[in-house]
Ligand binder design. Sequence first.
Ligand SMILES: *Cc1c(COP(=O)(O)O)cnc(C)c1O
Length: 392
Amino acid sequence: MVALHHLTCHDSGRETQLNVPFLDLRSQYLTIRDEVRAALDAVCESQHFILGQRVTALEQEIARYCGTRYAVGVSSGTDALLSALMALGIGPGDEVITTPYTFFATSGSIVRVGARPVFVDIDPVSLNLEPSQVEDRVTPKTKVLLPVHLFGRCAEMEPLLSLAARHHLAIIEDAAQAIGAETDDGQRAGGIGTLGCLSFYPTKNLGAFGDGGMVLTNDPKLTDLLRSLRQHGSEGQYDHPRVGGNFRLDELQAAVLLVKLRSLDRWTEARQARASRYNDAFRSLGFEGPDGLTLPEIPKTARHVFNQYVLRTSRRNELARFLSSRGISTAIYYPKPLHLQECFAFLGHKEADFPEAERAAREALALPVYPELTEEMHTYVIEGVGAFFQTR
Ligand SMILES: *Cc1c(COP(=O)(O)O)cnc(C)c1O
């Protein structure tokens, strides 16, 4: 362990306690304000608000960015998942294999179409679906594998792809947190399975000024179906061969996203730089270990886009309180795994069913990692974590 002289000055009362927000969207806005305002103004002048030229342009650009032939803009990441399941005709009697350690929408969407989520535990390093446990859960009712690229790191897709091919299953990727993430062999999140789902919720790496999402695919038939589903299942104006919903993306969101997309790679690199600096700093402080920290692995070849920088410690709640007392905001993703949610009690799960997901839910803590986090704030967070492990 290295000496921590520079940390002790805080303990003896540094007057300048910094305030480090968990996310600072306003700072990002200020860097693109003029362009965004001009783009919004152009939509206001056109008074064309729903599914216009900007949505079409965004669909083309996102498809190119993610390496798919098609993209269909929808109203949120949740509606991307819902319409993807609907496009595949998933419903009552069907099973969808997924992870219990994710945002609620992943399983919520499965239950909303009447299908049954079948959970598989996570790999403790990647925090993504443990592929070796998936095959055991495949039954004649299984229709879809639904991996999540959690926190911006791609799930291990190779074994899932071969399993899907052997059992004739579709794959829906929940890439809500992972736009631009890549597997070891350079495939982009959302462009690997049958369908990929993106979210443009403001906290995602490409965030709108409201809700938005997109479904990615290489399949022209599914693309047509998704376009129909987002407009109440219509074909032509008043013919409805199927029931869909209002899953439309609007022009104001597309206008903002077209501007922001130009900065996405730069922002992603800034996230990656902050994540590596955290890892290097915490490693050199020597706090890794069973009673200390477990750092997120930075894959050597795959591209992790760090929507969240999540470390683990058995003293998570204590650490979060300590940092908060120093003005540092953190977040817990996710304190309660989905198999233990009240609304999924009908699945009949109990504690200890998915031990790795439950342990992650107890230990995970997300630190600020956004591109606008200044070097001074970054250092302050590192010192805060250092002070916690040094003094206790
Ligand atoms: C954000 C998110 C969603 C839902 O996206 P919304 O745009 O908020 O509806 C789904 N899955 C995961 C993993 C997410 O992080």
